[in-house]
Design a protein. Structure first.
Length: 140
């Protein structure tokens, strides 16, 4: 079975964010840490070399593949900030329609900058993500 590439590390979240070249993205990253920490109740941790995650859950698929992943996370990528939220809920479309300027895929929401989105809606998405993942994969 293949080993997961994205695992929790001991790397410094602050050092990682301070290395982000673009000032707006760096400042937004520090603000996202505050928001996600407040919504999740967990300290930020580095997952792999470029993802900042909060909390964790253990998943196991029917295929037998299993591992750990952050409950919510983000990464200040070059093209956009990737927000990792589990958004497959009945409220997803409504919340995303109110979020502001973004792009979305199955497991990610992409934003250019935090001022493009409604942070109250973002907080609701984060809370829903955590609630849904804890329901799917109850804490052990």
């Amino acid at each position: 079975m293949a080993k997961n590439k994205t695992t929790e590390t001991e790397s410094s979240v602050t050092d990682f964010i301070n290395a982000v070249e673009e000032t707006t993205k760096r400042n937004d990253s520090f603000e996202l840490v505050k928001i996600m920490q407040e919504q999740s109740g967990f300290e930020p941790k580095m997952w792999g070399p470029a993802i900042i995650g909060f909390g964790s859950y253990h998943y196991k698929y029917d295929s037998g593949h299993e591992g750990d992943a952050p409950l919510v996370a983000f990464s200040p990528r070059k093209a956009a900030i990737s927000l990792y939220c589990y958004t497959t809920t009945e409220d997803k479309d409504e919340l995303l329609s109110k979020l502001g300027k973004h792009k979305a895929s199955k497991g990610c929401i992409y934003i250019k900058k935090l001022t493009d989105v409604d942070t109250e809606i973002l907080k609701k998405l984060i809370s829903l993500s955590i609630k849904n993942l804890n329901k799917l994969y109850p804490p052990q």
